[in-house]
Design a protein around this ligand. Structure first.
Ligand SMILES: Nc1nc2c(ncn2[C@@H]2O[C@H](COP(=O)(O)OP(=O)(O)OP(=O)(O)O)[C@@H](O)[C@H]2O)c(=O)[nH]1
Ligand SMILES: [Mg+2]
Length: 492
């Protein structure tokens, strides 16, 4: 006997395998529960007393138009602990619900046409049959099940047509979709393998977007039940989705375009596909993306809800990322070497002043601390202090001081008449307020405004005489080395 799927279900439901069987009246719900208990559960019961008690509690089914199950029933009525292979303990219970009414069925109305009142575990008084079906389905699915089976039929047995079953099935499925519980639609049929049945299964899968299984419930085998449980397990949410991507992808900052596209795709895909059965759709979506070269599901574990997907990225993608990071297309090795050498120099500068640049941006001023290797030691000297002696170890270090200053520059071209100047100024003010970039790149007398202004700033900076810069440098040195917090006047 195959208990491995039951073990998986038990692990996934933390040892509480509660299956709610709901659906239309006269669809085979009680038959399903009886066969399931006889085939999958009773053989696991070792206690003779418990075995006999459960057997007595199995639900009755009946032929004809008259409804058989008129109040919900828990089977077994008391929880029973079952052990498989000495290592998996679980409790299993099925619930036989009052079915949703097919109007042409018998037994849900009294002779005078009023609703038949039935007992439920949820109210002390009897309630109308139709309410018991609706309420019972809600209660059973929400509070007493972790897997739902919706029973319906193609009308191939009994007294009712497919159309009658379908009308009820639509209502029940809409109800179940309001709950977050995994469920499967079972089409009870005498011909589960017939072409038309398979076509019906396909069309219902499409129509309801849920998993549909055709079963000959009266004659279902253990294999059929295992298949159904597997399908049900696939309706559970994925508990953990591990994407194993090349390490370089993980290292990328989110603002690199490859990484932002990657993040977007993951967010979209995992937002759309959440169930175990979707693992292969996730794989398909990733395969269709230009971001990945190969996508393999390396592990899928229904018992824990864990899915591992291995993702490969092409060399082309890698090259594109490298080009983006280096700021230009790197198509051959020599360009890459050139760029890396340049980056090495840039990195040296960044290490020296990078952190200070951030502070300069914030407060306008900072001194970059020297690296220990840049501190120069002088020869230690003997030091005489009165009658006592000591030593002196002197060191000097280059310190780069950075100051953010504001340099102004203006451009004052003569345009012509007052009207011409006013027309141009209105146009420019409009751009200034709405599209500053456009103003910045606009041309005046054949030159871009940004170039003209930049030249103005540059010429001011270049105009500072070298001796002034030299004096400025030596003054700051004095402030740092001898100033002790005092003020030194700088005379230019
Ligand atoms: N041939 C055939 N008959 C079936 C099958 N499933 C159920 N039946 C018959 O259909 C009838 C109704 O089955 P039940 O199990 O009582 O259905 P139910 O959904 O519990 O019905 P209610 O309790 O009245 O709502 C019984 O006569 C069953 O033998 C099936 O797969 N094949
Ligand atoms: Mg029944």
């Amino acid at each position: 006997m195959s208990d491995s799927i039951l073990k998986d279900v038990a692990t996934r439901t933390s040892g509480e395998v509660y299956i709610g069987v709901v659906g239309s009246v006269r669809s085979g719900k009680s038959t399903f529960i009886r066969r399931f208990m006889e085939t999958k559960v009773l053989p696991l019961i070792t206690d003779k007393y418990v075995y006999d008690k459960i057997q007595d509690e199995l639900p009755q089914s009946s032929e004809g138009r008259t409804i058989m199950t008129v109040e919900p029933k828990f089977i077994p009525s008391n929880l029973v602990r079952i052990t498989i292979d000495q290592d998996v303990n679980f409790q299993i219970r099925l619930v036989d619900c009052v079915g949703h009414v097919i109007p042409s069925a018998k037994g849900y109305k009294n002779e005078d046409g009023s609703s038949r009142l039935v007992q439920t575990p949820w109210f002390s008084e009897a309630i109308p049959f139709e309410d018991a079906a609706k309420l019972g389905t809600d209660k059973v699915i929400e509070a007493h099940s972790n897997i739902g089976i919706v029973m319906s039929s193609d009308g191939s047995f009994g007294e009712f047509s497919r159309d009658e079953y379908e009308q009820v099935e639509e209502i029940v499925i809409a109800e179940l979709k309001e709950h977050s519980k995994p469920f499967v639609l079972v089409i009870n049929t005498t011909k589960p393998n017939a072409e038309e049945t398979l076509a019906l299964v396909d069309s219902l899968t499409e129509k309801y977007q849920v998993s549909v299984v055709a079963l000959d419930v009266l004659n279902m085998t253990e294999q059929d039940m295992d298949h159904l449980l597997k399908v049900a397990m696939n309706e559970f949410d994925i508990s953990e989705l591990n994407l194993e991507v090349p390490t370089w992808v993980n290292k990328l900052d989110d603002d690199v375009s490859y990484k932002s596209k990657f993040n977007e795709l993951i967010k979209e895909t995992t937002g759309t596909f959440r169930k175990m059965k979707d693992a292969f759709r996730i794989q398909e979506t990733f395969k269709n993306s230009e971001l990945f070269s190969d996508v393999t599901i390396s592990n899928i574990d229904p018992a824990t809800g864990l899915v591992n997907i291995e993702i490969g990225c092409s060399d082309e993608c890698y090259n594109d990322v490298v080009s983006e990071l280096l700021g230009e297309k790197v198509s051959d090795k020599s360009t890459l070497i050139e760029k890396l050498q340049y980056m090495k120099k840039a990195q040296h500068v960044y290490e020296l002043v990078g952190s200070s640049m951030e502070k300069v941006e914030q407060v306008g001023y900072d001194i970059a601390m020297p690296k220990p290797s840049d501190i120069e030691l002088e020869k230690p000297e003997l030091l005489k202090d009165g009658s006592r002696y000591g030593i002196k170890i002197k060191a000097s270090a280059p310190m780069i001081q950075m100051v953010k200053i504001s340099v102004t520059s203006s451009f004052e071209p003569i345009i012509g008449s007052k009207e011409q100047a006013e027309e141009l100024i209105h146009h420019m003010i409009d751009n200034y307020e709405n599209e500053p970039d456009k103003l910045w790149n606009s041309e005046i007398f054949g030159r871009k405004l940004c170039d003209v202004i930049s030249d103005g700033v540059k010429s001011k900076v270049n105009a500072i005489p070298d001796n002034v810069l030299e004096k400025y440098k030596s003054s700051i040195e004095k402030v740092v080395n001898y100033g002790k917090g005092g003020i030194i006047a700088i005379v230019l």
